[in-house]
Design a protein around this ligand. Structure first.
Ligand SMILES: C[S@@+](CC[C@H](N)C(=O)[O-])C[C@H]1O[C@@H](n2cnc3c(N)ncnc32)[C@H](O)[C@@H]1O
Length: 456
């Protein structure tokens, strides 16, 4: 689409087209958003944040929005025309969750959009549904918490019921509520890790200030900063020069619990885009070597691009499938990082489409894949060496469940994390050798890590 044509589209129309791509055609939310915002050069900074909020918010609240719409429309959401269903979802999101937009403007804009895109005959329907919802100050009738706990949580926190059922088996009710609520916390800051091989925290803070990027300290680690006030990451010069990388503090902990020593040889078996491997290379202080692997050329290129940007000499990226035994690596590594593909339910606050795309069956398949990879790559650890197993999920089966299975079947023992974690970080299982970070409790992504020592 040309810039002139793009400029004729309102922010709402752009947001709606993005939502249709994601919800009707299955594209990933962050890919689709980034792609569109990059091409729509006529948009102001304000337009961009409005579109982002509208798309991410509508996705985050999808189950709640559909539940409310179904209470006001004879035609159920799934039977509506795709354009109309997404127009209603997006407009309802503004009515319910964006105070700064007056209700009448939301309804008028929705009617206009329906007409513009060839649905004039349905503009009365769109207007009726939205105005009825806006007029009903009492709101919708939700399932009762005391009677239908799972359904209540699913509708209120817009999270598929199977996830709620699973979490209620693994955690107490209050913890589950905290985890669910944490998805909707405002994401004001992006967490970054300072590349200490290129600058100190103070130097980077100063440079970012010169670029009008605000920084505050991370929650737990001195190499972590939280930043805001930029339009997109690529436009920050300090980023392009590899002075920092984007990484959640949960992931930074991997470098610490690995207990890296100078000259270590480290294999990261599932490495793209390279966050943990690059941190490991930095901790090696120019010595040793990190070999980071992934399964496709595309993923390996992503790692290589990050290696180039961060400018570290002791790391390389190669294409290797972690399910296939690499004879040359047997008993070679001081440390193996196994940050494996997982259900990703610890990061649904950042990537809301994960919760709708993941299923019980896919999750079961992932447990199998994780075990298959662990069986193969544990062979690469030297006798007495370390295997770090991690995932960005909160499901017990994929985390502690797998560790229990692994230690029963392979010659490894969990080893204490005492002295390896930041003092400030609450961790009751430190001594046991693993840590489950929980959104809403730890102010990080939901993340699991375990330190396993191979028997000598
Ligand atoms: C959780 S991500 C890794 C994140 C990475 N460790 C980091 O810190 O940036 C999991 C990665 O595993 C890769 N993967 C999936 N199946 C694989 C396989 N059979 N062999 C190697 N890598 C695989 C995916 O492509 C994905 O990049």
């Amino acid at each position: 689409m040309t810039d002139r044509k793009a400029a004729e589209k309102s922010s709402r129309e752009i947001a709606l087209d993005i939502l249709i791509e994601i919800l009707e055609k299955g594209d990933f939310s962050h890919t689709q958003l980034n792609r569109t915002l990059k091409t729509q050069t006529a948009l102001t900074k304000q337009d961009r944040s409005f579109i982002t909020r509208l798309v991410e918010g509508t996705l985050e609240r999808l189950i709640t929005l559909d539940y409310i719409l179904n209470g006001y429309s004879k035609v159920k959401v799934e039977k509506m025309k795709p354009f109309i269903r997404n127009l209603l979802r997006m407009s309802l999101y503004q009515l319910k969750y964006m105070d700064q937009v007056p209700d009448s403007a939301v309804c008028n804009e929705a009617v206009k959009l329906a007409g513009k895109r060839g649905f004039k005959s349905l503009s009365g329907f769109v207007n009726g549904v939205l105005r009825n919802i806006a007029r009903n100050s009492k709101g919708s009738v939700f399932p009762l918490e005391e009677k239908e706990r799972e359904e209540y949580l699913s509708i209120l926190y817009s999270t598929p019921r199977w996830i709620i059922e699973k979490w209620l088996k693994d955690y107490d009710y209050e913890t589950v509520k905290n985890m669910l609520a944490a998805q909707f916390e405002e994401k004001k800051y992006t967490t970054i890790r300072v590349n200490l091989a290129k600058n100190t925290v103070e130097e980077l803070t100063e440079r970012l200030k010169e670029e009008n990027v605000e920084t505050i300290d991370g929650n737990y680690l001195s190499c972590a900063l939280k930043i805001q006030g930029f339009e997109n990451m690529e436009s920050i010069k300090a980023f392009a020069k590899g002075r920092f990388t984007v990484q959640d503090e949960s992931s930074m902990l991997i470098g610490l619990i690995a207990g890296i020593q100078e000259k270590d040889f480290i294999i990261d078996v599932c490495g793209a885009p390279g966050g943990k491997a690059l941190h490991a290379a930095e901790l090696l202080k120019g010595t040793g070597m990190v070999e980071t692997r992934d399964v496709t050329d595309y993923k390996v290129a992503l790692i290589q691009e990050n290696i180039r940007r961060m400018g570290l000499p002791n790391i390389k990226a190669v294409k290797k499938d972690a399910t296939l035994k690499d004879e040359d690596s047997i008993l070679k590594a001081d440390i193996v990082l196994a940050d494996l593909p997982c259900s990703g339910l610890g990061v649904i606050g950042k990537k809301p489409d994960i919760k709708y795309n993941m299923t019980r069956e896919k999750q079961q398949e992932l447990v199998k894949l994780q075990r298959e990879i662990l069986s193969v790559v544990s062979g690469y650890v030297k006798a007495g060496g370390i295997l770090i197993y991690s995932t960005c999920t909160v499901n017990r089966e994929e985390n502690l469940g797998n560790v229990e299975w692994f230690t029963e079947n392979y010659p490894f023992q969990l080893e204490s994390l005492e002295g390896l974690l930041p003092e400030k970080l609450p961790c009751e299982t430190k001594e046991k050798g693993y840590l489950q970070l929980i959104p809403g409790i730890h102010e990080t992504d939901g993340f699991f890590m375990a330190r396993l020592r191979k028997n000598t």
